[in-house]
Design a protein around this ligand. Structure first.
Ligand code: P61
Length: 889
């Protein structure tokens, strides 16, 4: 059970939902079209939608559950699953599903509450729906309780019972989102209800938040786990009602549970009238399944800690800046009446409109008008990063600072409910807030491995100190590779699902061809199943045995295929690339003098082609300058030497040009990319990196139809149809969509800057890394990290293993082990670069994860002197880094 503040998310991002950031002009238009009522705006018109109902990110298991809804009208398996979850987690013996929290309330009223009854409650928002139904709600919340502000004042309760017939006492866990109740008070209310023949109905929609609060603040509860506390709260009630769109993270749905068979009987007979049947309750089977899985997951201690930590942090940031607010269990509830007193009765809606105008953020008070002057800024569970939340908070702080210049909305249309309101407004002259953060939110998450240090020691020993041989389930943060590890977007998944499969020509094929042409500008595009397949075909077409292939540092698969075709790779990268301490900005450049010398010595006809890699992987993710591409091409074209890019990380390279070359500072990355590609005759691509897909590749030719024809011949023989390259049609659809997303300037900026952020954290702590930091990875310099370990004792291998033991982070050796032995001498090559690669997958980890990684590596750095090297106990002949095993010296 963890009680300390969590450092980073206990999960990684599995899929993302893209965010849009409307401009100020667009925001003005949307707002006017919506009658200045932000309730009427749609998510695609927003930057961040700060509402918590049904907006949570879900686990991949919940997402999978969505597809196993059996949609049986009666007796569905999903209902049986829900029964088990309610029994196991909540402890109640009977459950009646409903379409939502209002469905649950309706059943309680119709089975238990005769007209004219009195219902004491600790929540006020309940009045919105009970008041129109001939029920008198009496507020019995204890205003004097400082900690458990949702406690019921037992004297007020007694007074309520004196007011009329009280069949039900309504208690909300975290009433109105703000007021937690203590277990002791809940028990006292139960005793009271029992003595007076009334039922205690607990609304547990936010029971997790309340249980966490008890764990933190309840006397003698710190040793209790969330699961036990939830169960105890539920068992204290007669009836539990729950909103599936809150703690269980479903999109809709609800339930009533009880241990009383007679009450359940009543619910079952009534549910058919208003909701559906007692085995589906007005929910789709898939929603039942997601709800059931959500109940099982919601008591996960680490997840609860993370969600609550986000809320605390967000609220604190606003408090520290003096923003008037009340703390909510799911966010900060802004005191609109204090922030905008000049707006009078429309203070809340004015605040909402102004926040949207300023930053595109939606915060909205729902339900009826009137009541307290609060605008809730709720945090969708698991959906946003701390960095995003910090910026939302900063937008609010900026708004509060400019509040004096904001006049109140003027009512044009009105009604008792908030959605009915429409206004007129003179736009205030606000200084708009600009977000600089990841342009997506979390859609689904995947829990990560959390082993103890002792377990990790055992795991790495069992893996022969080789991180390739670890089970990914044991890894907390997986920085082995950025290849095929991207989180796809919901748009990619939608395209994936919608693709019509065929083994002939698919609808996706022409779409993909168009997308390739738009992204890279090349005429002939051949899909391949991944990068090495394209490298194979290109090498076979262009290399005559004995020819040379100059390139800017080798990559394992690329060089292998060149050699299999009879070619000889020659490294012509600038010398600075081999110096981990050089701060040359374009360490990926080809040294034109080296290239010239090679051509002069052997003649142009001896050169098969130039193998020109963007953002050079083995050099540390180092970019190539636009001028260098231009110069190399200008030199090669007249000599008839083709130039082929390895464009695997071409977008990252394009971004670095935008970032470092002032002439391109205002050019969109997509335009820079197309210009880059002009200085080449074609390219190979491992799409598993920049294309934001998990599988796929490309072989492209700018305009040479004969090469394309030859390549298609080989494609048919080795890969698949020319129209799919051996890929599933659905994957073609995902690639086409990825090609659009990859050149989004906001995305690629945050992508590369995240890598640089990790590098900065390490560099500032004195950890030796390759500088400047590259685009996709931070490379630790093992020679400087472990200078006392000889290179033949594999310092980088040892360091990667130790980082796993210390932190659960998986890295990759790129040094003596990877380079191998010289077959002539049998000696290790002992390469200049002895590195450990911390590779950042795209859209998967947050900056809090990066901080956790840095802290762990810094801990290893601090005890570096105690680390000894390794020796092989099993050494394969080829590519020994994959399967080799070691022991400690
Ligand atoms: C990686 F240890 N890269 O970085 P494929 N070109 C370039 C790559 O980075 C690349 C490929 C071609 C990987 C995966 C990997 O020895 C290894 O789609 C610049 O993987 O066939 C792959 O593309 C090959 C890691 C590959 C390795 C080979 O993690």
């Amino acid at each position: 059970m963890s009680r300390s503040t969590p450092v980073s998310e206990p999960h990684k991002i599995k899929t993302v939902r893209l965010l849009s950031f409307p401009t100020l002009e667009e925001r003005k238009k949307h707002l006017a079209d919506a009658g200045f009522n932000v309730f009427r705006l749609t998510p695609s018109q927003l930057s961040f939608d700060m509402v918590s109902g049904g907006t949570s990110a879900v686990s991949q298991e919940q997402l999978a559950g969505q597809l196993v809804g059996d949609e049986a009208y009666a007796g569905s398996r999903n209902f049986e699953k829900l029964q088990r979850a309610v029994h196991d987690i909540l402890g109640h013996g009977y459950v009646c599903p409903t379409h939502g929290i209002l469905g649950s309330t309706k059943l309680i009223l119709s089975t238990m509450v005769p007209a004219g009854s009195v219902i004491p409650s600790n929540g006020r928002d309940r009045m919105d729906v009970l008041a129109p139904r001939d029920v008198t709600v009496v507020d019995v919340r204890d205003r004097s309780e400082p900690v458990f502000t949702g406690n019921v004042d037992l004297e007020a309760l007694e007074a309520a019972f004196a007011q009329g017939s009280v069949p039900v006492v309504d208690v909300q866990a975290f009433a109105d989102g703000q007021h937690p109740i203590s277990l002791r008070n809940l028990r006292a209310v139960r005793d009271f209800a029992d003595r007076h023949g009334a039922r205690l109905v607990l609304d547990g929609s936010r029971i997790i938040e309340n249980a966490w609060y008890i764990q933190r603040h309840g006397v003698g509860r710190a040793d209790r786990d969330i699961r036990g506390l939830v169960r105890e709260m539920v068992k204290t009630s007669h009836v539990l009602q729950m909103d599936g769109a809150q703690d269980p993270k479903a999109s809709a749905g609800g339930l009533l549970s009880t241990d009383n068979p007679a009450d359940h009987e009543h619910f079952m007979n009534e549910v058919v009238v208003f909701e559906g049947l007692h085995t589906y309750g007005g929910m789709a089977g898939r929603t039942l399944e997601v709800l059931a899985r959500g109940l099982e997951e919601m008591v996960d201690e680490d997840e609860v800690d993370w969600v609550m930590h986000q809320t605390e942090r967000f609220t604190q940031r606003l408090r520290d800046a003096g923003v008037p607010l009340e703390r909510g269990c799911d966010g900060a509830y802004l005191r609109a009446d204090q922030i905008l007193p000049q707006a009078g009765a429309s203070a809340r809606d004015t605040l909402s409109a102004a926040l949207y105008l300023l930053a595109g953020v939606r915060a909205v008070a729902m339900h009826r008008r009137g009541s307290e002057g609060l605008v809730p800024v709720q945090i969708p569970r698991l959906a946003l990063t701390n960095e995003q939340l910090d910026q939302v908070a900063d937008a609010i702080i900026s708004l509060v600072a400019q509040a004096d210049g904001i006049t109140g909305l003027q009512v044009v249309e009105e009604g008792p409910w908030r959605d009915q309101m429409a206004y007129h407004w003179v736009f205030p002259d606000l200084d708009p807030f600009e977000f600089d953060t990841f342009p997506y939110q979390v859609h689904t998450v995947e829990r990560v491995g959390v082993l103890t240090r002792g377990q990790r020691e055992k795991a790495i020993r069992a893996a022969g100190y080789n991180t390739f041989l670890l089970s990914s389930a044991d890894v907390t943060i997986d920085l082995l590779t950025d290849s095929g590890t991207s989180a796809m977007s919901t748009d990619q998944w939608a395209a994936y699902d919608a693709a019509r499969p065929t083994s002939a020509t698919s609808d996706e094929y022409p779409r993909l061809m168009k997308a390739f042409k738009e992204a890279l500008g090349y005429q002939f595009n051949l899909p391949t199943h991944q990068g090495r397949a394209a490298e194979h075909i290109l090498s076979q077409i262009l290399i005559q045995p004995g020819q040379l292939v100059p390139g800017n540092m080798y990559f394992t698969t690329t060089k292998l295929h060149q050699e299999l075709a009879g070619g000889v790779f020659v490294d012509v990268i600038v010398d600075e690339a081999h110096d981990p301490e050089s701060d040359h900005p374009w360490k990926g450049n080809i040294d034109l003098a080296k290239l010239r010398a090679l051509v002069d010595e052997h003649g142009a006809e001896k050169i098969a082609y130039i193998s020109f890699e963007h953002s050079v992987n083995m050099a540390g993710g180092q970019p190539v300058s636009m001028d260098n591409m231009k110069e190399v091409y200008a030199y090669c074209a007249p000599l008839g030497i083709p130039v082929f890019f390895d464009a695997t990380r071409c977008v990252e390279n394009a971004y670095m040009i935008q970032f470092r070359d002032p002439r391109y500072a205002d050019t969109p990355v997509g335009d820079i990319l197309r210009e880059m590609m002009v200085y080449g005759d074609g390219c190979t691509v491992s799409g598993k990196k920049d294309f934001l897909i998990n599988i796929g590749g490309l072989l492209a030719f700018r305009d040479n139809a004969e090469w394309a024809r030859q390549a298609q011949e080989l494609l048919r023989v080795y890969e698949g149809q020319v129209t799919d390259g051996g890929l599933a049609v659905a994957d073609l659809a995902a690639i086409a969509r990825g090609l659009e997303e990859m050149v989004d300037d906001r995305y690629i900026h945050t992508r590369v800057q995240q890598t640089r952020y990790l590098g900065r954290l390490l560099h500032d702590a004195g950890v030796p890394i390759v500088t400047p930091v590259g685009t996709h990875a931070v490379f630790l310099d093992a020679k400087r990290f472990l200078p006392h370990v000889d290179q033949d004792e594999y310092p980088a291998q040892r360091l990667a293993a130790e980082i796993f033991v210390e932190t659960g982070v998986r890295a990759m050796e790129r040094g003596n082990v990877s380079k191998g032995r010289n077959p002539a001498t049998g000696e290790n090559y002992r390469p200049a670069l002895e590195l450990v690669r911390l590779t950042i997958p795209r859209r998967v980890y947050t900056n809090d994860h990066m901080r956790a990684v840095a802290e762990g590596v810094i801990r290893v750095w601090e005890k570096r002197e105690s680390l000894r090297g390794l020796r092989f106990v099993y050494e394969p002949e080829k590519l020994r880094f994959f399967q080799g095993r070691f022991e400690l010296l």
